[in-house]
Design a protein around this ligand. Structure first.
Ligand SMILES: *[C@@H]1O[C@H](CO)[C@@H](O)[C@H](O)[C@H]1NC(C)=O
Ligand SMILES: *[C@@H]1O[C@H](CO)[C@@H](O)[C@H](O)[C@H]1NC(C)=O
Ligand SMILES: *[C@@H]1O[C@H](CO)[C@@H](O)[C@H](O)[C@H]1NC(C)=O
Length: 313
């Protein structure tokens, strides 16, 4: 009861113009399993879904006014998303079986907003037919390389956006799942400085590899922080800010912070606080946007409904 009351007070407070630290606002609810999230330089939010080939587009100043961009050909769902340069993003698309948490016909595309926000230009970079779970995406700054996690075999693909090529850059047991389908190993990945950070949903390891500018490891993986790992209680995708703080989504209802000294802290937790987060992204654009951490979220009881929750830090 006390929890419920404080949750109500928090959500009222979050609706007011002045945002308090750690308050949560439900920004949008829409049909489809929300998988991943990215933010444009203007603060507008892009959400991918495993149950629609179209990216959900949301201006956070207009809550619940989500629109769908045009579908990516030959796909029924989209997983990872990363900004490559201002107004150009890469996404991973494929034909998903969300029960098995596996896909066929995986491909990576660029989504270019330079000429239109409502109808961006889609270009296929590569097909990766051999993968069964292309999950998180990240890019290596100053290069043409996008890295993509494969949650089934425990590998990282390096994709050259200019050359339209792909190959496995890292394959390591620390990235592997702990069992067969629907288990997932490496999930979210992010490049920060000269490290590739990863979250292994199966083992609960949040770790990092030192890498070259082509994505090859220059040493073994190091565990940064250990979480529990099970199918229902697990780390998923994450973001790292300029100070090296990682914000990590954790199923079913928590967002953790792991600071640059590996200290774990709960940012928000509990079903009354936040819907089930799959990924998080740092807000941009307006002053209010820059204080927000946006989470792509779902409702456990109804996997056909997804959304976006804003956490004001
Ligand atoms: C968005 O819609 C949901 C469900 O209809 C509602 O609970 C929520 O308050 C709305 N969010 C805003 C910010 O209006
Ligand atoms: C998926 O891949 C299979 C095998 O390569 C191919 O036959 C099929 O046409 C592809 N489906 C789509 C929708 O592209
Ligand atoms: C999806 O995967 C489930 C579980 O492995 C399987 O039973 C089902 O037949 C698959 N669906 C399709 C459309 O392949």
């Amino acid at each position: 009861m006390k929890l419920f009351l404080s949750a109500t007070i928090l959500s009222l407070a979050s609706a007011a113009a002045v945002q308090k630290h750690g308050t949560v606002q439900q920004l949008a609810t829409f049909p489809g399993f929300a998988e991943n999230i990215a933010v444009r330089h203007n603060g507008h939010i892009l959400v991918t879904s495993l149950s629609t080939p179209s990216i959900h587009y949301l201006n956070p100043a207009r809550p619940n006014k989500t629109t769908l961009l045009q579908p990516i050909p030959g796909a029924n769902g989209v997983s990872g998303i990363v900004e490559l340069q201002k107004d150009i993003f890469a996404v991973a698309a494929g034909i998903w079986n969300t029960t098995a948490r596996r896909e066929t016909n995986a491909s990576v595309w660029t989504v270019d907003f330079r000429h239109s926000s409502a109808h961006p230009t889609l270009r296929k970079i590569v097909n990766i037919p051999e993968t069964t779970v292309l999950n998180g995406l990240t890019s290596i700054p100053g290069t043409s390389i996008v890295l993509a996690s494969d949650s089934a075999v425990g590998a990282i693909y390096a994709i050259n956006v200019k050359k339209h090529t792909h190959s496995i850059a890292i394959q390591d047991s620390v990235l592997a799942p702990t069992g067969p389908t629907p288990n997932l190993g490496v999930n979210g990945i992010k490049v920060h400085k000269s490290n590739l950070y990863f979250a292994n949903s199966g083992t609960g390891v949040f770790g990092r590899f030192p890498i070259t500018r082509s994505g090859k490891p220059t040493g073994p993986a190091e565990t940064v922080s250990q979480f529990s790992g099970s199918v229902d209680s697990a780390i998923d995708d994450f973001v790292i800010d300029e100070h090296g703080n990682a914000y990590i989504s954790f199923h079913p209802n928590t967002v953790f912070k792991v600071d640059s000294h590996s200290k774990q802290k709960v940012i928000v937790s509990g079903a009354q606080q936040i819907r089930d987060p799959t990924s998080v992204a740092l807000g941009r654009g307006s002053k209010k946007g820059r204080k927000a951490l946006y989470a792509s979220v779902n409702i456990l009881a109804d996997p056909t409904v997804g959304g976006v929750d804003a956490i004001y830090l």
